[in-house]
Design a protein around this ligand. Structure first.
Ligand SMILES: Cc1cc2nc3c(=O)[nH]c(=O)nc-3n(C[C@H](O)[C@H](O)[C@H](O)COP(=O)(O)OP(=O)(O)OC[C@H]3O[C@@H](n4cnc5c(N)ncnc54)[C@H](O)[C@@H]3O)c2cc1C
Length: 504
């Protein structure tokens, strides 16, 4: 794109730029982000009311930063959450407690935060609406056809009347069953992990005293029970067991019986609610992009147990949002969207493998042997969150790509020393802008349709970077360029941004 001519707008006379189907966490996070970029979008959700129950209570660090860039006040999130400082494994009479401190220098989010999913969905919906995106509940969407430059969708409103709409893009964030995925003709491969039952309830706990900032995991042969504290003093309790018939619906008595057997003879559940059970499955969509329909969240992939889905979905949305906004607004080629699938599918595959390992370890015959590295060898820390990188992505560039540089790595939380104080990279990105950090005190003029913000050495109090670092809107380093000044340095930055705009 040497002359940086704008890419044509997909279709100016559509009703909408983007219709998001499904107001689960992935769909609403994407919609809030798109609306913040000024994209005309709307969410259709068939449920009249949000789903009740805790479901996912964990927010990993990268997810918390993704919330920040949506404009979520961190104080508000903190007020309704519990920081999870450690994780304790109990096997027989042994206990090993491991810190969950991810980064002691991180002033913003050093620990994961526990916030129940129904509360998160409320926040995200409020954010989307604040940025001007309607979230329409009780509205079922059906993809009718893909046409030249748009997708025709039928919406059925709460009154039962059909409404036809033409959107330039449709994002199917309609969950694991995804009617839109089927309508778009995308194949779905499923693998069931028979022989393992996962149950979950929200409950108060009696007969055993647990700290309020710790996840506790009790392991016994062929089963385990985990508990994470909630802000209201109750716990989300999850139980896994190896069993012949994992599909049978448990009663609250069954749940309490297993809880007592694994945790302590005097341990009891108090007012259990929202009982949920399933046999772990993993699912993969054959393609995440088909014409103008894009799959997101559990419509694209399901992990073998309910652990990574929400966090990964929010991070998938953060990857997709800036790309889709740039395409819709004519600042990038549609080819850029392919990197959404290639980057995030890779992450999903790593998580699938990890999920399977954790699943097997959780119902091992001999938990003491399986957990020996943690119990006896004192693993210094465990990660709640895998740390994906985009080193292999076509969007990752720079001469230091495979040396000591951090091209492809996530640096949103890294401190930047300015005369006004220490900020994180993410704060300097003004909620989702490209950032060019230059150690040189000479100004760098990089006017480009991707609209990067340049922070140069003159605006920094301390700079420990030797390279010009180009940070993507989702907080990953796109490229590192040897520090130069004047035209050659500007040329190198612009060339990289041009490369992104054509899709790598
Ligand atoms: C018990 C439990 C515990 C969990 N624990 C964790 C955890 O610890 N960590 C973690 O990261 N994840 C966890 N998860 C997973 C997490 O809840 C899911 O991954 C997440 O909800 C998926 O988000 P989504 O937006 O992709 O889809 P969903 O949340 O499934 O949302 C899809 C939405 O689309 C709507 N929809 C469907 N069809 C249509 C249509 N035709 N028109 C309009 N709307 C439609 C549905 O009503 C639904 O609201 C847990 C899940 C469960 C059940």
């Amino acid at each position: 794109m040497p002359d940086r001519a704008p890419y044509p707008h997909p279709l100016p006379d559509t009703d909408l730029d983007v219709l998001v189907i499904g107001a689960g966490p992935a769909g609403i996070a994407l919609a809030a982000d798109l609306a913040r970029y000024g994209v005309r979008c709307q969410v259709a959700e068939r449920r009249p009311d949000p789903r009740p129950g805790t479901r996912c209570p964990n927010l990993w660090r990268r997810t918390l930063y993704a919330y920040d860039r949506l404009g979520q006040s961190s104080d508000e999130l903190r007020a309704h959450g519990v920081p999870m400082r450690s994780k304790a494994f109990h096997v027989g009479d042994r206990t090993a407690e491991l810190s969950l401190l991810e980064d002691a220098d991180d002033q913003q989010w050093p620990y994961p935060l526990l916030v129940r999913q129904d509360r998160q969905e409320e926040y995200l919906t409020a954010l989307a609406r604040k940025h001007g995106c309607p979230v329409r509940r009780g509205v079922t969407a059906r993809i009718v056809a893909q046409e030249q430059g748009c997708v025709r969708v039928e919406l059925t409103t709460p009154e039962g009347s059909p409404e036809l709409l033409r959107a330039a893009w449709v994002v199917a964030a309609d969950g694991a069953q995804s009617p839109s995925r089927a309508a778009a003709g995308v194949d779905w491969q499923v693998l069931r992990h028979d022989g393992v039952a996962w149950w979950q309830v929200d409950a108060g706990i009696e007969g055993v005293k647990l700290p309020t900032d710790r996840e506790d995991l009790f392991h016994a042969p062929y089963s385990h029970v985990g508990m994470v504290p909630l802000a209201d003093g109750r716990h989300r309790v999850f139980l896994a067991s190896a069993t012949e018939d994992a599909t049978a619906q448990p009663s609250y008595e069954d749940v309490e019986r297993l809880f007592t057997a694994v945790v302590h003879p005097e341990a009891r559940l108090h007012e259990p609610r929202h009982l949920w059970w399933h046999t772990p499955v993993e699912g993969r969509a054959e393609r995440w992009l088909t014409g103008r329909v894009i799959l997101l969240g559990e419509a694209a992939r399901v992990f073998p147990m309910p652990v990574h889905g929400l966090n990964t979905g929010i991070q998938d949305a953060a990857n997709l949002a800036w790309k889709l906004a740039a395409v819709v607004q004519g600042r990038a080629s549609v080819r850029l969207l392919r990197t959404y699938e290639s980057e995030r599918r890779r992450v999903a595959e790593v998580l699938m493998e990890r999920g399977k390992r954790v699943l097997r370890a959780g119902v091992a015959a001999d938990p003491e042997a399986t957990l020996a590295p943690i119990l006896h060898e004192g693993s210094p820390r465990i990660r709640t969150e895998p740390a994906p990188t985009y080193e292999m992505s076509p969007l990752t560039g720079g001469t230091e790509r495979f040396a000591d540089g951090c091209a492809g790595h996530w640096i949103a939380s890294c401190p930047v020393h300015t005369p006004a104080g220490v900020w994180s990279v993410s704060t300097l990105q003004s909620q989702g802008q490209w950032l060019v950090l230059s150690p040189s005190r000479e100004p760098l003029n990089v006017t480009h349709p991707l609209n990067p913000r340049v922070v140069d050495g003159a605006q920094l109090a301390v700079c420990d970077r030797l390279m010009i670092t180009i940070v993507r809107p989702d907080g990953y380093v796109g490229a590192e360029i040897p520090c130069g000044t004047g035209r050659p340095a500007e040329r190198a930055v612009l060339d990289y941004l041009d490369r992104v705009a054509v899709g790598g």
